[in-house]
Design a binder for this molecule. Structure first.
Ligand SMILES: [Zn+2]
Length: 164
């Protein structure tokens, strides 16, 4: 989606011509229950030619594939005895409590984020599931603070201060 009616909000080179408040109003049309159902909010800005043409070496698709396969295996093992459950995203709220345990520091971070971003119970569960997946991708048994922080980051469209 575009983030504003003119489409240039946050564009690195062009200016957004939307009047004050228009961006918030535009975003509010897709807020709440719909955004709650989307796991990852990622802001993408246009890529300029220099960046496209640069020979900077990114992680290869093969590497990423391997990491994803490993995370999938971890999740298969986790849900091995449950026939209709293969991935973290499919967990019930009950299962999230069992599987996505976080320490006191993590709980504190999440509590602050919930209050600051005004997150719903559904968004809370999403964050825990995504944090579990990020930990799986990193090959970590426990969800670390950094995994949680990254998962919270993916709720950017929930932020009250977004485009504010
Ligand atoms: Zn605009």
């Amino acid at each position: 989606m575009h983030v504003c009616p003119c489409g240039y909000y946050n564009h690195p080179e062009k200016d957004c011509s939307c009047p004050p408040g228009a961006v918030q109003k535009y975003l509010s049309k897709v807020s709440g229950p719909l955004l709650d159902r989307i796991d990852l909010h990622v802001e993408v800005t246009p890529v300029n030619f220099d960046a496209l043409a640069s020979d900077r070496i990114a992680e290869t698709s093969e590497n990423i594939r391997e990491r994803v396969m490993k995370a999938r295996e971890i999740q298969s093992a986790r849900f091995g005895n449950k026939p209709d459950l293969h991935a973290n995203a499919q967990m019930s709220a009950q299962m999230v409590r069992e599987v996505c345990k976080i320490n006191a520091a993590g709980q504190n971070l999440l509590k602050k984020a919930m209050e600051k971003l005004g997150l719903s119970a559904r968004a809370y569960d999403r964050i825990l599931k995504v944090a579990r997946t990020i930990a799986d991708l990193a090959g970590c048994e426990e969800i670390q603070l950094e995994h949680l922080a990254e998962a919270i980051h993916f709720r950017s469209l929930d932020r009250e201060g977004w485009a504010g």
